[in-house]
Write a protein that binds this ligand. Structure first.
Ligand code: KIV
Ligand code: NA
Length: 264
């Protein structure tokens, strides 16, 4: 298998082949998902919740994310490694966005970056692409704007669908290689996918997008909290780990571990 690159994803879109993205924030997740054939590993700012224990993605910093990106890049021989730009690190100006993206690529060894926003982020996207940075946009529900959008809710329903469509066209025009669409009605996502030449990546956007993305701790059942309806649970790692940790505690307490075979 060869390294996945943006042109690989473009070819897949052109041939009507679906591709996959999963989050990863560390070595083992990156190795395992790469071995499984996941095309793009996203070091999401969702590390705020899933690594650092913050209540939302807003507090996480560039300095907190870069070491995670580096760990994933080192550990994934085939996947495209996409780094999420966190809140406040790119919205200020195209130049700020470029400086932040360069840090993720030079220090984190990312292959591209993702940022949230549609038409209003076109200047940032254009600046990054001109500077040699592949950009994935993110429209629909954008968690960094949670407080501006009035909480977690589906975007682009009814009359608002035109804004979502315009955002998708604007990020393609600005040079993005793909666009994540989060919590967008399935029919709107399907129409956008037909109209765009770049790949659409759905999360809560139905089955018609070119690709799908999920947060791995959600889809593998590590997260104990309430999951959004768009998550499918593929494993129950929380129960597996809880059982293992309890068995260890009980073995140590009873003297069943370590045994003869673990002793020099
Ligand atoms: O940070 C993240 O995990 C994301 C995905 C949910 C698309 O942005
Ligand atoms: Na994100």
């Amino acid at each position: 298998r060869k390294r996945v690159r943006t042109h690989t994803l473009a070819q897949m879109k052109a041939r009507g082949e679906k591709w996959t993205m999963l989050t990863a924030y560390d070595q083992y997740a990156a190795q395992i998902f790469d071995e499984a054939g996941v095309h793009v590993l996203l070091v999401g700012d969702s590390a705020a919740n899933n690594v650092y224990g913050y209540e939302s993605s807003l507090p996480v910093s560039v300095d907190e994310l870069i070491p995670l990106v580096r760990a994933v890049s080192r550990s994934a021989p085939h996947a495209f490694v996409l780094a999420d730009l966190p809140f406040g690190s790119y919205q200020g100006s195209p130049e700020q966005a470029y400086e932040t993206a360069v840090r993720f690529m030079k220090e984190g060894h990312a292959h591209g970056v993702k940022l949230e926003g549609g038409a209003e982020m076109a200047p940032q996207i254009r600046r990054l692409v001109e500077g040699g940075v592949p950009v994935c946009a993110h429209i629909g529900f954008t968690p960094q704007s949670e407080h501006a959008l009035g909480g977690y809710r589906v975007q682009g329903r009814g009359d608002a669908s035109q804004k979502t469509i315009d955002d998708a066209l604007a990020v393609e025009e600005a040079g993005a290689f793909a666009v994540v669409m989060e919590m967008v009605p399935g029919d709107v996502a399907a129409e956008i996918t037909k109209r765009l030449h770049i790949s659409t990546v759905g999360i809560g956007a139905g089955v018609e997008t070119d690709a799908q993305v999920l947060v791995w701790q959600d889809m593998m059942g590590l997260n104990a909290g309430r999951l959004p309806r768009f998550v499918k649970k593929y494993a129950d790692l929380r129960t597996t780990m809880l059982d293992a940790a309890r068995a260890y505690v009980s073995d140590v307490e009873s003297g069943a571990f370590p045994g003869e075979e673990h002793t020099f």
